[in-house]
Design a protein around this ligand. Structure first.
Ligand code: SF4
Ligand code: SF4
Length: 297
């Protein structure tokens, strides 16, 4: 018999733009390696966003612990992103922006509203290293991070510079850390992942290395096999796409378990439990690594 865990709250990612709409196409990200359908032009309206928040509150009676208005998209590309953050503030829901900051579009407006966290991702100090992992322009990124330091922000907003650590960029981490802290930002880092897990499992089982995988620290990632932690992606995280489709987890954007507007959250979570697409992920310990990487270092 299925026994659902008591859900005290979920982290929710709402894709307010078509999946894959990003300024970059990193090789370790599904945007770069599984070729999402070409994004359409339509973006989520503020009304639809409010409807999702209302359904979570009234139908599912779930506490939204925090909300990210993106999942494999660049949130700052949405022209109404400041209004989304304002809506979350009005409701007392912590809001998270995760950006590659290759563009400065909407940054002052978002900071004026005051998200809880504003995270800038970086994967190298030099053009060569950053280009290998993110494919963008690291000097443009540094210049935008310096601009960020000049923009007034609300006291509740923490700005992070987050370093994605790969085998070939470990030596550049201290340079990025100094850069971030000299500007007054919080610095964080962790071993990077390669997603989606089903493709990673295929590659591991076939003994092949896909682009970007050669820099993944498998020694750390595969330690997940020794963790007994159940996958948090199943019951503590909910991703909702533009059309309401709900993927199995944030890592598996192609595997859909139902539609948010038609199916109660409890039923969606039930469909995730024991999903066949999770078998390989569990076998290789990737589920534990994806959500507990800090415990494996
Ligand atoms: S990792 Fe982030 S910046 Fe890179 S393609 Fe994916 S969503 Fe875009
Ligand atoms: S076990 Fe893997 S595929 Fe399944 S929900 Fe967790 S992270 Fe996603």
């Amino acid at each position: 018999m299925y026994v659902a865990p008591k859900i005290f709250g979920v982290t929710v990612s709402v894709n307010t733009q078509p999946n894959g709409l990003c300024t970059l196409a990193c090789p370790a990200c599904p945007v770069g390696n599984i070729g999402f359908p070409k994004p359409g032009k339509e973006k989520m309206s503020l009304g639809k966003f409010r409807e999702i928040l209302d359904i979570l509150r009234d139908r599912d009676k779930v506490k939204v612990r925090d909300l990210w208005p993106s999942n494999y998209t660049e949130p700052l590309l949405h022209p109404e992103i400041p209004s989304f953050i304002q809506e979350l503030r009005n409701r007392g829901v912590p809001s998270y922006i995760s950006t590659n900051l290759q563009s400065f579009k909407n940054v002052p407006e978002v900071l004026a509203v005051g998200p809880t966290q504003f995270r800038v991702s970086i994967s190298g100090w030099t053009r060569e290293t950053y280009g290998r992992h993110h494919g963008g322009d690291v000097e443009l990124l540094k210049s935008n991070v310096r601009r960020l330091a000049q923009i007034p922000r609300k006291p509740q907003t923490t700005i992070f510079v987050h370093f994605h650590r790969w085998l070939d960029n470990v030596g550049e981490e201290s340079l990025v850390k100094k850069f971030a802290e000299d500007l007054g930002f919080t610095f964080t880092s962790e071993w990077a992942w390669w997603k989606p897990p089903d493709r990673l499992v295929e590659a591991l089982e076939a003994g092949v290395t896909l682009p970007g995988m050669e820099y993944l620290n498998l020694d750390v990632v595969l330690r997940g096999r020794h963790l007994k932690t159940p996958c948090r992606g199943i019951y503590k995280h909910l991703v909702i796409e533009m059309d309401g489709s709900v993927p199995l987890c944030c890592n598996m954007p192609r595997v859909v378990v139902g539609n948010f507007f038609e199916t109660p959250l409890a039923e969606l979570q039930k469909r995730k439990m024991g999903h066949p697409a999770c078998v390989g992920c569990h076998k290789w310990g990737l589920s534990a690594a994806y959500f507990n990487i800090d415990e494996l270092e």
